[in-house]
Write a protein that binds this ligand. Structure first.
Ligand SMILES: CC(C)(COP(=O)(O)OP(=O)(O)OC[C@H]1O[C@@H](n2cnc3c(N)ncnc32)[C@H](O)[C@@H]1OP(=O)(O)O)[C@@H](O)C(=O)NCCC(=O)NCCS
Length: 149
């Protein structure tokens, strides 16, 4: 599979637009502690993204998205697995994520339902958890988790 490109600081505006179009959160995008990679098309437009935030041995997978015109061909799975590998290579032993709508996609990658309170405890310092807590949305989210090899 082609590896996605590491996102640069100057990509933050375009990544934000891409994630918003995919219905995803954008807290912390552009901040160096949010690890992000992107897929570009031949014209240099973002057509895929993947990433995570790290808190000790816990990784919060986020920003996994494929342009609507390219979905259903396996790229989403590749991008998710890429972020999991990168997080594991940085020492993460457990991955977590929020997903209300794409549970079956994540289950195919080995995620199982998790307690929001456990995720929030493990990843309290992350941008995404802080943003959901601040907006009061945290306990309306659905949490997923899996061990990393
Ligand atoms: C979720 C997403 C990244 C999947 O990308 P994709 O390239 O279509 O995924 P894949 O082609 O690798 O799909 C793998 C499998 O998951 C299934 N699947 C994909 N998206 C799904 C979804 N939203 N809900 C349920 N199942 C889904 C596919 O049908 C496929 O099943 P199959 O193996 O039986 O054929 C893409 O739909 C997307 O960008 N959605 C908007 C953003 C989002 O919700 N991201 C996840 C939250 S972080």
């Amino acid at each position: 599979m082609p590896s996605p490109f590491p996102a640069a600081r100057g990509d933050a505006f375009e990544i934000t637009e891409f994630l918003r179009a995919a219905g995803l959160t954008v807290s912390g995008i552009g901040d160096p502690d949010v690890y992000l990679w992107i897929d570009l098309d031949v014209d240099g437009r973002i057509v895929g993204s993947t990433g995570f935030e790290l808190s000790g041995a816990d990784a919060l997978l986020r920003s996994v998205a494929v342009h609507a015109s390219l979905r259903g061909t396996g790229r989403g799975t590749e991008l998710a697995r890429y972020a999991l590998e990168q997080a594991a290579s940085l020492g993460a032993t457990r991955a977590w994520l929020f997903s209300r709508r794409s549970g079956p996609f994540w289950q195919k990658i080995g995620f199982v339902p998790a307690e929001i309170s456990e995720l929030a405890l493990a990843l309290a310092a992350t941008h995404q958890v802080r943003a959901f807590a601040a907006s009061g949305q945290l306990y309306y989210e659905t949490a997923w988790s899996r061990a990393l090899p």
